[in-house]
Design a binder for this molecule. Structure first.
Ligand SMILES: Cc1cc2nc3c(=O)[nH]c(=O)nc-3n(C[C@H](O)[C@H](O)[C@H](O)COP(=O)(O)OP(=O)(O)OC[C@H]3O[C@@H](n4cnc5c(N)ncnc54)[C@H](O)[C@@H]3O)c2cc1C
Length: 384
């Protein structure tokens, strides 16, 4: 069977490795740091129902609700079945509600209207002056444990996973990529690895990988800040019921509450610094939904970088679609052997992997069905 090399050890790389070994391919994955040390290990941990995207990004919303159901089945230990509330705080939010409900229904997302009293009975720390709420099947996932389920299963099925192994170059012959140059950060040794196909799953760094191959990728790194406060202030995920914006997500994670998030655009994902004013702004906005946020002790503050697909026409970074794209560089740049995956969400990691593996099957002339929709994953502890 063909040897497929995956570049990038985030959630997307994990799911691709899992899918490809199940289809019988030989798989090697290379990650420059610790596994999941890029964006995946740093996100909120919101398993999206898709409701956040239902009005303005319905394709992404449909993918989220479908994957939300699948991940609950195949990795139940990594997910809390806690649901989410979209909370209306003012008349403008109430005016948005009919459109929100209509679009949730159109995308197949169950949405239950609640009165203010019903919402407060479920979540007593909500702003007592809320006007109404809508319950949807959002959930809390563990940003590390979910992808580690994929790594544990992929490795048990034969995938070779190399962390602290950075791709620093490609070898090419006759218009095709034939190998990678790897720098092992533990032994400080460089070596070459040959393969049949190469998957660039380097997230926000995917453009830098393409630079190494002498081609360009339309990727737009989009950083965002999150703040964790001590104490679990709500049991459910809380969103503001309005057009998705800044500081309108609250995700409970075990004994913490994570407030998110902001967005801006960056050129280089390695040169992103945490803007000083974002944390206080997120606390201010989060406290509108759950006032106790303001009094809670800050546990930590950090940022992560979204691997967005560049969209010149989007005036506001929030408007950039969270959908994903699989790019065959033979079609795009006349360079055989290299495939890139960009965009997407941690919630859609399995689907992104399915599409990449389908593309690899087409390119290698194989007709092997995807098995990851139903295959239960090994527990993340099996990885260690
Ligand atoms: C602020 C914020 C909040 C978010 N919240 C959520 C959420 O709640 N729910 C959700 O579903 N999604 C969320 N997302 C989106 C989600 O985190 C990402 O879409 C997803 O984690 C991307 O995974 P990935 O594997 O594609 O990229 P990454 O996890 O970044 O993996 C790419 C890897 O490639 C590695 N790499 C780079 N260069 C090289 C090289 N030369 N050689 C080898 N390896 C290399 C990097 O080190 C990195 O580990 C959020 C994103 C942000 C920024």
């Amino acid at each position: 069977m063909e040897h497929i090399i995956i570049i990038g050890g985030g959630g997307t790389g994990a799911a691709i490795a899992h899918d490809l070994v199940l289809r019988g391919f030989e798989v090697s994955l290379f990650e420059r740091g610790e596994l999941l040390s890029g964006t995946t290990g740093r996100h909120h941990g919101l398993l999206h129902s898709g409701a956040r995207y239902a009005v303005h990004d319905p394709a992404a919303a449909r993918e989220c609700i479908s994957e939300n159901k699948i991940l609950r089945r195949i990795a139940p230990q990594a997910i809390e079945q806690n649901d989410g509330l979209f909370v209306a705080l003012d008349e403008a939010d109430l005016d948005y509600k009919p459109l929100f409900l209509e679009n949730c229904r159109a995308c197949g997302i169950p949405a239950r209207e609640l009165t203010a009293e019903q919402a407060l009975a479920l979540e007593p720390e909500l702003n007592p002056s809320l006007k109404a709420a809508v319950q949807v099947p959002d959930a809390t996932m563990d940003a590390w444990r979910l992808p580690l389920h994929f790594y544990a299963t992929a490795r048990a099925n034969g995938a070779r996973i190399h962390n602290f192994s950075e791709i620093i170059g490609f070898s090419q012959a006759e218009g095709a990529v034939t190998g990678i140059r790897v720098l092992d950060h533990q032994s400080h040794r460089e070596y070459d690895v040959r393969g049949d196909l190469f998957v660039n799953a380097a997230g926000a760094w995917a453009g830098k990988i393409c630079d190494l191959a002498g081609i360009q990728l339309p990727i737009q790194p989009g950083p965002g800040v999150m703040v964790a406060v001590n104490d679990r202030l709500t049991n459910m995920v809380i969103n503001r019921l309005h057009k998705a914006g800044e500081g309108d997500i609250i995700v409970p994670q075990r004994k913490l509450t994570i407030l998110g998030t902001s967005i801006w655009l960056a050129d280089d994902p390695d040169a992103v610094e945490l803007p000083k004013d974002h944390g206080p702004r997120l606390i201010e906005l989060g406290a509108k939904l759950v006032p106790a946020v303001k009094k809670a002790e800050i546990h930590s503050m950090w940022c992560a970088v979204r691997p967005l697909i560049a969209q010149a026409e989007a005036k506001d970074p929030q408007e950039i679609s969270r959908d994903f794209d699989c790019c065959d560089h033979k079609q795009r740049d006349n360079l055989e052997g290299l495939i890139s995956v960009i965009g997407g969400k941690a919630t859609t990691l399995r689907l992104m992997a399915e599409k990449i593996a389908d593309l690899i099957c087409r390119k290698t002339g194989r007709n092997i069905a995807c098995k990851t929709k139903t295959k239960k994953l090994l527990h993340y502890r099996m990885f260690y």
